[in-house]
Ligand binder design. Structure first.
Ligand code: BES
Ligand code: ZN
Length: 883
């Protein structure tokens, strides 16, 4: 182990800090290999501390300590203790004191991308969750809030731009122009994980924003020289986010400036440092020629997300890292709502639910399952998960559903008012909603502590004579690691009943408060609701808008599904019906294939789909969602055991081709008539048309016919934007056509000098299901444009191969698993966070059929035998193998 045997940290062990740090003065002499950091802290004993005479224990990692000065006196070696991860000062004054610490760090050697590092020559920082301790010795915990003043000094040629949090106080030159400096001050007390600095040679684009109450804010986005033309969309997204947060949540911005910096080497998507957000450059840079609609959409939502953290995360932060969902789940909910308001609400909901089911559901049903608020961790970086983020967002959404929009807003207002400037907990958050609504949320709170996706089974019965219709809902939550016993949850189930004419029937019942408006409040293990005056057997539409993150099982015939797809007033459930129909068909196909047979199903679904596609009341983005079949991984998750990816691949292709053959003319017409005319616009309506066009092409391309390939190649070579080009490139890269090589070479020639765009070329090859995919990917790890220390490259090539190419990653010979483990061990030597994330691709290994299962286990065991894994990888492997 690189560190000593890692010990878990427990929520129940939380204690308030023994010391508080009122202010922090940081002085950086920036130098690539030896940056000098001087930190001056105003420290005092915490009156709320439960320990008397506690020593001052500061966190620190990979630091060279040069001096410790307490109230002006340099401490001798016997006056402090130093370990690999801490600096302890046993004796401190009773009165507030000043502690000065001098350290030296080496950003050029830092490939973990935590703390201070260099990205293509730019100095930048990443401190969440525990990176600040790699900059200086400190109380690196989110409940220690301080005001920061930061002085940066650097070579003006190397780093003309000097940025930190807050507002700039002054700037100037020193050493006769050899050096220059800037001083920044952030008046808002913050935890150290929100500290940031950037220093480098960057271009900037500026804009102005006037807040609702009339303050002027200077907005600036910093990017690499030459990329200025690609900043407009991020800036536009930022302004819209700021306005939206004022309107929807009454939240204004609170500094004179707001800066965003795009860097190339970044472990995550982006980071909400106070007043100085740092972004992965692929989530800032976009132009029609270089970025797809998916990227435009992602930029809009990530810019919004990080901006929204200013209130949910920064002004109100987390007491400890167990409360991570307090800021992340809530902020994801807020960015989802923003996108829903800016675009199509139902399409946004479909995409959020797809994401939840594709990532969070498998996590929650496997060895890595954990509560939205975990109770212990070994490495906190491993808990930035789909569960904390996405299930966390679903919980906030359920609160809004249960309370209604108005009471939800009052609860949020109370939360902002009561906890502004504090480090809060989930209990305090929930208490605000309980107070404004007068509701008892104690059962609801189980959503935070109980892991596993609840199963809800819905049975129905109709009594023709009595004209009554009953719904019986049963809930169970499966066992998960460390949780054998589960209690019944409070699950809001939104419903409707469709009469024979396809319209909603009125919901008359005497169910009392078990049914409020159209929501069944399921709180018992089993509950029956009887509706009266029901003239004919209705078709139930259950869990409208996906009102709770559960597995739902309803008895619905294929006829019912087609009926819902055609008629449901809840557009989400129209899509859900199509998705369920397609999934059922594919699962039947897999089953037949595994018995050496061929299922004859599929025409029913094709017919229902065809009918929906001509419904001009549906916007194109929605119709595109209907054309997108469940992915191979979705099917694997649905099957859940003895998974054979070869059969799934074949079944997927079988249904895709069947639809393409039956709907060939209709799909070709969609592809022809939606052809781009006029200038590119990234708005939702135009993006929807492109999405529908691409979805139609994808179905057609599965035929592999000359016509289909020519159509695809034509789209690639005549594309007027990256949305068309990248999609066609992916399809060609997956084909066995002669145009495959020409298109890939053409793309490489056009974009090889652009380190962001060229990732599209790696992705296309990583995802190709051709039999030589592994050899191609392995060869590409040695390509001159690949760089194993750059997380975007690793994700594009290795991540996409392991996660988005199930049939080739899960080769029957196990070579895919061996390759991944080899790469993980190589990456773990310098970037444990990225290595541990890649391991996610192996978490469902127990669901594989026996042969692959054994090979996957062998590959994983190799990691346990490794003498020196990081804490990050060590923890995930232990949990995946459950040993
Ligand atoms: N605070 C996180 C970034 C972060 C995550 C820092 C993990 C350190 C460790 C940021 O707000 C975030 O959540 N970013 C997401 C994107 C967001 C739109 C969900 C990310 O980076 O993936
Ligand atoms: Zn976040």
């Amino acid at each position: 182990m690189k560190t000593d045997t890692p010990r878990p940290i427990y929520l129940r062990d939380y204690r308030p800090p023994n010391f508080l740090i009122k202010s922090v003065n940081l002085d950086f002499k920036l130098d690539a290999a030896a940056t000098k950091v001087r930190s001056r802290l105003k420290v005092r004993h915490n009156p709320k501390s439960q320990v008397h005479n506690a020593p001052l224990i500061l966190d620190g990692e990979n630091l060279k300590l040069d001096a410790v000065i307490l109230d002006g006196n340099t401490l001798t070696r016997s006056q402090y203790r130093l370990t690999k991860t801490s600096l302890t000062i046993p004796e401190t004054p009773i009165k507030p004191f000043t502690l000065e610490i001098h350290t030296t760090i080496d950003p050029s050697q830092n490939k973990s991308l935590q703390g201070l590092y260099r990205s293509r020559g730019v100095f930048c920082t990443q401190c969440e969750a525990q990176g600040f301790r790699r900059i200086t010795y400190f109380l690196d915990r989110p409940d220690v809030l301080s005001t920061y003043t930061v002085r940066l000094e650097a070579d003006p040629k190397e780093a003309p731009v000097l940025l930190s949090n807050g507002n700039r106080l002054e700037r100037g030159t020193s050493d006769r122009g050899e050096r220059h400096y800037a001083v920044w001050h952030d008046p808002h007390p913050k935890p150290c994980y929100l500290f940031a600095l950037v220093a480098g040679d960057l271009s900037s684009i500026a804009a102005d924003f006037k807040t609702a109450s009339g303050s002027d804010v200077g907005l600036t986005i910093y990017v690499e020289h030459g990329k200025e033309e690609r900043v407009a969309w991020a800036m536009d997204s930022l302004k819209r986010s700021m306005r939206w947060d004022e309107k929807r949540f009454g939240r204004e911005y609170d500094l004179e400036v707001f800066n965003i910096v795009a860097v190339s080497d970044f472990n995550m998507g982006a980071m909400e440092n106070k007043g100085l957000n740092i972004f992965n450059d692929r989530l800032v840079l976009a132009s029609p020629e270089t970025a797809t609609d998916t990227t435009f959409e992602a930029i809009e939502s990530v810019v919004a997300h990080e901006y929204f953290h200013n209130w949910t995360g920064n002004r109100i932060t987390c007491r400890d890292w167990f409360q991570l969902c307090l800021k992340e789940g809530l902020t994801v909910y807020r960015d989802q709502e923003f996108s829903a308001d800016e675009r199509s609400r139902v399409v946004q909901r479909i995409s959020d639910v797809r994401q939840l089911k594709a990532h969070q559901f498998p996590e929650d049903s496997g060895p890595l399952a954990h509560p939205v608020r975990p109770e212990s961790y070994i490495e906190i970086n491993n808990f930035y998960t789909a569960t904390v983020y996405e299930k966390g967002a679903e919980i906030v959404r359920m609160i809004a559903t249960i309370l209604g929009a108005e009471a939800f807003r009052s609860g949020m207002d109370l939360y902002f008012e009561r906890h502004d400037g504090e480090a809060a907990t989930i209990e305090q958050f929930l208490e605000c909603f309980a107070e404004v609504s007068g509701r008892d949320l104690s059962q609801f709170a189980l959503w935070y502590s109980q892991s596993g996706t609840p199963h809800v089974e819905c049975r129905t019965s109709y009594d023709k004579r009595a004209r009554t219709y009953s719904l019986t809902l049963k809930q169970t939550t499966p066992q998960t690691p460390g949780q054998q016993q589960k209690n019944p949850m409070h699950i809001p189930v939104r419903i409707g009943l469709l009469g024979p004419d396809g319209h909603d029937l009125p919901l008359t019942t005497d169910a009392g408060d078990a049914l409020l408006d159209d929501i069944i409040h399921l709180r018992q293990p089993s509950q029956t609701i009887t509706f009266t005056d029901v003239p004919a057997r209705p078709v139930p539409s259950v869990l409208r808008e996906f009102s709770a993150p559960v597995h739902l099982e309803v008895e619905l015939s294929e006829k019912d599904l087609a009926f819902l797809l055609a008629n449901d007033s809840d557009a989400f459930n129209r899509w859900q019906a199509a998705n369920t129909y397609a999934m059922r068909t594919m699962v039947a196909m897999v089953e037949a294939l595994s018995r050496g047979k061929r299922s004859s199903r599929g025409t029913g679904f094709a017919k229902a789909l065809s009918a929906a596609l001509v419904d001009d009341n549906l916007d194109w983005a929605f119709r595109a969602e209907l054309m997108r079949l469940p992915s191979q991984s979705d099917v694997a998750t649905e099957i859940g055991q003895n998974v054979d990816h070869t059969f799934i691949y074949r079944a997927h292709r079988q249904l895709t081709r069947l639809i393409a053959r039956r709907l060939e003319d209709q799909l070709a017409a969609i592809h022809d008539t939606l052809k781009e005319s006029g200038p590119f616009s990234p708005d939702a309506a135009n993006a929807g048309k492109r999405a529908a066009r691409n979805a139609a092409l994808q179905l057609l391309a599965s035929l592999g016919s000359k016509t289909a390939i020519n159509r695809t190649a034509d789209q690639y070579f005549n594309a007027s934007n990256m949305t068309e080009a990248a999609h066609a490139l992916n399809l060609l890269a997956a084909s066995n056509s002669p145009q495959r090589r020409t298109a890939l070479d053409h793309f490489y020639q056009r974009w090889h000098e652009d380190h962001v765009v060229i990732d599209t070329w790696f992705v296309a090859q990583a995802q190709s299901p051709r039999n030589n995919a592994l050899d191609v990917v392995r060869a590409l790890t040695r390509h001159e444009r690949f760089d194993i220390t750059a997380p975007n490259k690793v994700r594009a090539l290795i991540g996409n191969f392991a996660l988005m190419n199930p049939v080739q990653f899960n080769r029957p010979d196990g070579k895919g698993y061996e390759f991944l483990v080899e790469q993980i061990l190589a990456i773990d030597r310098f970037n444990p966070q990225i290595a541990a994330r890649l391991l996610n691709a192996m978490r469902s290994w127990r669901a594989l059929e026996p042969k692959r299962r054994k090979l996957a286990r062998n590959a994983l065991t190799k990691i346990t035998k490794h003498p020196d894994p990081s804490r990050d990888v060590h923890e995930i492997v232990l949990r995946i193998l459950d040993e």
